[in-house]
Structure formats: structure tokens, C-alpha cells
Ligand binder design. Structure first.
Ligand code: CLR
Length: 431
């Protein structure tokens, strides 16, 4: 009992810490953009891309009409749409069941890639972005720590979990397809509510690709194996994202299993990453979880349904009336309410004029502003080179991970402390 009180206090401290960052987000979530439909000029991708076979995306100069009003930093925050799965995971008392939901979370980010055949803006070196959700109890922060190759270091936290890692994507255009290979590891610390010790999970993202460029019908696919590992218990979830291929039936399919530390199957997982994912308790064998006659909802007590499949995740609807094929969640990212503006670091993406112009359909202005900020970036680089200086990220530093031994970007929590001081009028960002 003494222990649980101490633990509750610790949670309380963390919650209050995070709650300080809610300042500026009082106005709630933006529901729509200025535009109802985008009017980007229709471009034949192949006509422009055919001369660029073998190149990576960051080395391509493409017209701004290939862009969407997001950036590679925003594409990382998109992972945070279904954090309710992490909250559910923390509530489960069985560690293999927690792993089912953590794996569901890892698979959930792909739903929003459907129809998004557009280039996100390339973040500037040292660009930052913060995103806080008072309604969901988390805060997120990311900084662009390298320009070539582009690397973003991110850190998100809530009372029950911390989620962090680097987004570094290697891309290559093959003609038949355009491939995007995420390199970084993602780390999740989960603090189960039953008072068990904090657990560490890791995984890497699968390959994303665009096919159908030559035929003028480009679609995004995500495929490959994913291994979600619980380092604390030795349990692993193996997921396989099937490549679209020729058979329509394999499109969007994901299947896998959770095994215990001895390698024995506990749960089977399956479904479609654009729609729904199910799990089923299958101790000692593997079987695709067959969709139950009436879809039981998330949060359902898995133990009660024992050997029946139950829903672990369902994609949010994609209403019409939102341009650029972005999701309602993405609409909230580039919002700049008056209450938030004075609290933001001057490096925050929400202040980028080119991305703002893109979002508002001012494509020519977006293009000139994009050139201007990138030109400024090149000037800063020349300045550093002349002085023999190297760029140093402001909020992260590289370190060896205490558990996995990998190099990772360690977040120096200062960002939120500085922000608190700015909010309280005790300093400015420049000091
Ligand atoms: C995949 C998951 C990673 C982060 C990430 C980075 C780059 C993204 C990629 C994800 C998805 C596919 C993506 C890519 C950049 C460009 C590419 C959005 C989210 C699109 C589909 C490229 C289409 C436009 C070209 C044909 C010009 O964690």
C-alpha cells in the first residue's frame, strides 16, 4: 500500500508537470482549413519524375504543387492519433495483452497514409514543433537535428507512457516505385496502472512506397515485417504488413502474433491497417482472428471474450470537405490560435510562412517563401562553415541507450521548462 501511494504521487507530479504545457491550447481543436477543397494544379508525376530515377526525395527539386501543407515533422506527430491504445495498454494487467495494444498502436499510424501522395515540406535545420493535447493528457515535441540526411528527434509523454525516437527516412525512386525506408528505432516506456514496474518496448517502422506512378494512378503502400519487443519481459509481437501485390485481397493486410519469452504464441493479430485490427487469444497456436459477428469495441475486456476475436483498433473516419486528403487529426496540427502564438518557440513550424501559404492555397507565395527560408538556411550554413562551427541541436543530444545500447537522441526536458518561464513572463525564448 505504501508503494502504491508513492507511485500515485509520482504519477500526480508528472501529470501536473504536463498540465503546465496546456497553456495556449485553451481554444480546442481546429476542425477545418480555410479551403474546403484544394485546387493544386493536377500534375502527371511520371512526366517530372522520370528523369530522376535513382535519386532520393531530398535531392529532388519539385514544384510546390507536389507538396501537402505538412512537413516531415508533422508526419511524425501523426503517430499520436491513436494514443488511446497506449492508455488502454497501461490498464491491462497481463503483459502479453499490453503488447497486443502497443502493437496496435505501432500499426495504427498507417491508416492516415491512404491517398497522401504528396511531398511534405522538408524541415529546416533546428526547426521545432510542439503539440499538446489537454483532452488526451499528452505533450509532444520534435526538433530537426540533421538536414542531410533529414533527421527529426521526437519525445512525447503522458502520465502513463513516454514515446520517443528518431525519424530518419532513406528514400529512393526506382521508376516503378518510390521507396521510403525508416531507419530509426522507436522507444516506448509504459507504466502499467496495476503498479508493476515500468516496461520498455521498441520497434522500427516498415517500408512505405508509392506505386502506380508510371500509369498515373499513384497509391501509397506500407509493407514489411515489424517486431515490437518488450525488453522488460522478453515478449515479442511479430507483425507482417503484406505488400499490395497483384491480389486485391492482400491490400492493407497485416497479420501477426504475440509470443511469450519462451517463444510460445499467446495471441493472434490480424486485420487491415486502413480499417480495423483484431486480436484473439490463441495459446499455443496461431490462427487469423476472424472478425466477430458484431464488432466489439476498443477497451473491451479481452479476458471476457476469451477465444473470440475482439477489436483492438479502428481507423477514424475520413470525412469529405478536407483538402489535400489529410485527416481531421492533421487539420489540428498547423493551427495557430492567438493564445498559443506568444508561447511558441520562434523556431516552431506553425510560424513557417510557406507551409501556412500552402495550407491556404496560395501556392505561388508558398513557393517564393519556401525559397526564401531555404536560402536563409544555406546562408546560415555558410556562416557556420566560415567559422568552423558545427550545428548543435538545441533540445536533444545523442547518447547511448541504457537498455538497448543503440545511439539515440536524448531529450533534455528544458524545452518545456523554458516554455513555462516564457508563459510566466520570466524570460524570452532568445535568452
Ligand atoms: C513513413 C513513416 C515514417 C515517417 C515518414 C517519413 C516520410 C514519409 C513516409 C513516412 C510516408 C510516405 C511519404 C514519406 C515522404 C514522402 C512520401 C509521405 C510517413 C510520399 C507518399 C511521397 C509522394 C510524392 C512523390 C511522388 C513526389 O515514420
Amino acid at each position: 500500500a505504501v508503494d502504491s501511494t508513492a507511485e500515485d504521487d509520482e504519477m500526480g507530479v508528472k501529470e501536473r508537470e504536463i498540465a503546465k504545457s496546456y497553456r495556449g491550447y485553451e481554444d480546442g481543436l481546429r476542425k477545418r482549413l480555410k479551403l474546403d477543397a484544394d485546387n493544386r494544379p493536377k500534375v502527371g508525376l511520371w512526366g517530372i519524375l522520370k528523369s530522376m530515377i535513382g535519386k532520393d526525395m531530398t535531392r529532388m527539386t519539385l514544384p510546390v504543387s507536389f507538396n501537402e501543407p505538412t512537413s516531415l515533422l508533422y508526419r511524425v506527430v501523426e503517430d499520436m492519433e491513436y494514443t488511446d491504445l497506449l492508455d488502454v495498454a497501461a490498464e491491462r494487467t497481463d503483459s502479453t495483452e499490453r503488447l497486443v495494444y502497443v502493437a496496435g498502436f505501432a500499426a495504427s499510424e498507417y491508416a492516415s497514409t491512404i491517398g497522401r501522395v504528396a511531398k511534405p515540406f522538408n524541415p529546416l535545420l533546428g526547426e521545432t514543433y510542439e503539440y499538446v493535447r489537454p483532452d488526451l493528457g499528452y505533450r509532444f515535441f520534435i526538433e530537426q537535428v540533421s538536414h542531410h540526411p533529414p533527421v527529426g528527434a521526437a519525445f512525447a509523454e503522458s502520465a502513463r507512457w513516454d514515446y520517443y525516437g528518431e525519424s530518419a527516412v532513406k528514400s529512393k525512386f526506382y521508376g516503378k516505385s518510390f521507396e521510403f525506408n525508416p531507419l530509426g528505432t522507436w522507444f516506448l516506456h509504459l507504466r502499467p496502472t496495476n503498479g508493476g514496474k515500468e516496461e520498455l518496448y521498441t520497434w522500427k517502422k516498415v517500408t512505405s512506397s508509392v506505386v502506380g506512378i508510371i500509369t498515373g494512378n499513384p497509391v501509397v503502400d506500407n509493407y514489411g515485417p515489424m517486431e515490437v519487443k518488450n525488453w522488460t519481459t522478453g515478449e515479442v509481437c511479430y507483425l507482417d504488413f503484406k505488400a499490395k501485390g497483384w491480389k486485391a485481397s492482400s491490400a492493407f493486410q497485416v497479420a501477426g502474433r504475440v509470443v511469450d519469452a519462451q517463444g510460445r504464441t499467446r495471441w493472434s493479430i490480424g486485420g487491415r491497417w486502413n480499417d480495423k485490427i483484431y486480436a484473439r487469444f490463441t495459446p499455443g497456436y496461431e490462427a487469423p482472428p476472424v472478425e466477430p459477428p458484431s464488432a466489439s469495441s476498443i477497451n473491451k475486456d479481452a479476458a471476457a471474450t476469451k477465444d473470440q476475436a475482439f477489436l483492438i483498433w479502428e481507423a477514424h473516419p475520413r470525412p469529405t470537405g478536407i483538402p489535400f486528403n489529410i485527416t481531421p487529426f492533421v487539420v489540428t496540427l498547423n493551427d495557430l490560435p492567438d493564445a498559443l502564438r506568444p508561447l511558441l518557440a520562434p523556431t516552431d513550424s506553425r510560424l513557417r510562412p510557406d507551409q501556412r501559404a500552402m495550407e491556404e492555397g496560395e501556392y505561388d507565395f508558398a513557393a517564393t517563401e519556401k525559397n526564401r527560408v531555404e536560402e536563409k538556411q544555406r546562408a546560415r550554413k555558410r556562416e557556420r562553415e566560415a567559422k568552423g562551427e558545427e550545428f548543435e541541436p538545441r533540445w536533444f543530444r545523442q547518447a547511448k541507450h541504457p537498455v538497448t545500447g543503440e545511439l539515440f537522441w536524448e531529450f533534455r526536458r528544458e524545452y518545456w521548462n523554458v516554455r513555462d518561464e516564457v508563459a510566466e513572463g520570466r524570460r524570452t525564448w532568445a535568452e
